[in-house]
Design a protein around this ligand. Sequence first.
Ligand code: BV8
Ligand code: ZN
Length: 235
Amino acid sequence: MFAGMNNCITILTGAGISAESGLGTFRDEGGLWAQHRIEDVATPEGFTRDPELVQGFYNARRAQAVEAVPNAAHSALAKLEAEFDGEVLIITQNVDGLHEKAGSQNVLHMHGALSVALCATCEHRWEAPLVMQTSDKCPSCGAQATRPDIVWFGEMPYGMEQIDEALQRSTLFASIGTSGNVYPAAGFVAEARRLGCPTVEINLEPSEGCSLFDDSRLGPATQTVPAWVAELLKP
Ligand code: BV8
Ligand code: ZN
């Protein structure tokens, strides 16, 4: 990193960064997609077909997320944001609130958040109750059309314009704890490369897009992320 340049580190995180906080990943052994069919619990069609099943799936994950404690990887990223001479943006695919619990403030939830409820009728958002039910009424328009504020497959992720702008000005792009299976998130590294931005992958094992990264740190996030942050903060 060159002193004086307006340094900007853009970090994409996935379920792997929360694994050591006890939250399940999707595609690892016994992961969430081994227990549920994506079509049934993470698509708008699935929600229309059986809203109670989907609300139950997210109620269970919300209850787990509320109890979960951020780990050393989340804390290291909060320290990076607080101490780095430049901008640090975390774009997370995760719907748990562990980055915020660890103290990160510049966090973009591109796939939504378990802590937010959304009205499908008037798009009003409010803090989700721990248990959401199909019979809940929207506090704003009264419609019985509440859903978790989660981006399902086939739906447009949040913040894509802001993400494009961040990638344009990034001086370093890091991908942490994601398997690189889900688009458009999995395409960010190719965009960063096209823009001439250095890229690093920090993951338990090489991801689908590993060949696109200039640098890679393999191992558990609670070890690899604090080490990477210490390097970046070295005077
Ligand atoms: C869109 C909801 C367009 C929240 C999620 C073909 C057919 C159909 C669709 C498509 C297709 N090709 C592309 C698509 C589009 C589709 C897609 O990409 N499908 C894939 C599966 C092929 N994408 C979409 O539909 C997206 N929308 O494209 O819209 C559009 C355009 C215009 C107008 C309208 C629409 C929407 C994608 C968002 C879907 N929602 N989640 C929830 O339930 O959580 S995706 C879900 O996967 C999560 O958000 C999750 O974050 C994300 C990615 O998974 P990962 O985070 O990577 O987790 P995973 O388990 O896979 O990997 C964990 C990694 O961690 C592993 O690599 C492991 O090694 C590592 N790890 C484990 N332990 C540790 C560790 N690393 C470090 N330390 C450890 N201890
Ligand atoms: Zn409403």
